[in-house]
Design a protein around this ligand. Structure first.
Ligand code: NAD
Ligand code: DAU
Length: 334
């Protein structure tokens, strides 16, 4: 049993990780989360009364909030899921990305260094940029293309500098595109599922032939736990999903699964859009992890979850998200 401080634990993957660690590993978990538009206590609703769970609202760039959370939790490790995560928002308004990824990661690293805590940085395949053929390994050059991925790359480099310079016990785990329950509807899969359920058009950027390497959020969360427990200091571990699909393939599967009459609408492409992501996971597989959920099965369960959990997405789809959608897509939701 471990005591963990999970920063960004009210988000999509963070809340999945918290659920796993509380229910499957018997850890004590404290979440520190700023509750941005993407962070929601509803994501942790089923865990709120768990005896080993605590929630604290606070920003990772706030040293007092971080030291208060470390002290109150007596944690042995800090995991940093906290981030601004939507590429389109990073193109429209990059400032929060710089602040959270650069300053926030720095504050957490300083706190981990001061208390000699283990540190895990949650990162992304987007740090490697786009790859037409083949697959990225941990040795691939870093070539991020958006303000989101560039600031995530900067955070990774800062983590590695703390291992090299101060001997911090830190590891980095880079995931490919996650999907599953509790993902904010700004992202491709929940956006398309909810639009399909409401009869809204399905806005596919450009030709829709961009390829993503899909991993179920429970598989990525298990990889993160595995790297925390077995990863070597200073090492990076990629965790890629078992399946690659073009965006059009994904959207057509969603149309089929929802039985919707919604139509694909090709809209103006994302500036600097990465064509393909693909991650080799050999290194983390050698530690004993492998993905369990294939995309076909995982997507079908995910569609069912959104269909059955209107309580979760209705407040989002009727709130600020509508204004975001109009700004991003130039039209309103039904
Ligand atoms: P998300 O947007 O659902 O959640 C992010 C969480 O971080 C939210 O709860 C938000 O309130 C919190 N947060 C944001 N800024 C904060 C700050 N300054 N201080 C404290 N909390 C803050 O994100 P997600 O999809 O769950 O991603 C989690 C992590 O995994 C991120 O680091 C992301 O880069 C990485 N990642 C995501 C994917 C993916 O496909 N979603 C894939 C690989 C890696
Ligand atoms: O690869 C890991 C990354 O995956 C994470 O680090 C990011 O946090 C996460 O947001 C995700 O980034 P993507 O940009 O790949 O995900 P998104 O869901 O925004 O888009 C997936 C693909 O679908 C991408 O090629 C853009 C396309 N797309 C997306 C939206 C929202 C569309 O065609 N239409 C859309 O409306």
């Amino acid at each position: 049993m471990s005591k963990l401080l999970v920063c960004g634990g009210a988000g999509f993957i963070g809340s999945t990780f918290v659920r796993q660690r509380l229910l499957e590993h018997g850890d004590e978990v404290t979440v520190l989360d700023k509750l941005t538009y993407a962070g929601r206590e509803e994501n942790l609703k089923d865990l709120a009364d768990h005896a080993s769970f605590r929630f604290r609202r606070g920003a990772i760039e706030d040293p007092a909030a971080v030291s208060g959370a470390i002290e109150a939790s007596s944690c042995e490790a800090i995991l940093n899921f906290a981030a601004e995560t939507h590429v389109d928002r990073s193109i429209a308004e990059p400032d929060a990305f710089v602040k959270t990824h650069a300053l926030g990661t720095y504050v957490l690293l300083e706190a981990a260094r001061a208390q000699s805590l283990r540190y895990l940085q949650v990162s992304t395949d987007e740090v490697y940029g786009s790859i037409d053929v083949g697959t990225f390994t941990e040795e691939s050059p870093l070539k991020p293309s958006s303000p989101y991925s560039a600031t995530k790359t900067g955070a990774d480099l800062l983590v590695q500098s703390y291992v090299h310079t101060y001997g911090l016990s830190a590891v980095i785990c880079r995931g490919s595109n996650n999907y599953g329950p509790y993902q904010h509807p700004e992202k491709l899969i929940p956006l398309m599922v909810l639009n399909a359920l409401h009869g809204d058009p399905l806005p596919v950027y450009g030709d829709g032939l961009q390829t993503r390497n899909w991993i179920h959020c429970t598989d990525f969360a298990r990889a993160i736990g595995h790297v925390l427990e077995h990863g070597q200091d200073g090492e990076v571990y990629n965790a890629g999903g078992p399946d690659e699909e073009t965006n059009l393939e994904v959207v057509n599967r969603i149309i089929e699964l929802t039985g919707s009459d919604s139509r694909v609408e090709h809209v103006i492409d994302r500036p600097g859009h990465d064509r393909r992501y693909s991650l080799s996971s050999e290194k983390v597989r050698a530690l004993g992890w492998s993905p369990r959920v294939r995309f076909g099965e995982g997507l079908s369960e995910t569609v069912d979850w959104y269909r059955d959990n209107a309580w979760w997405w209705e407040p989002i789809r009727s709130g600020e998200y509508r204004a975001y959608y109009e700004r991003q897509y130039g039209r309103s939701l039904a």
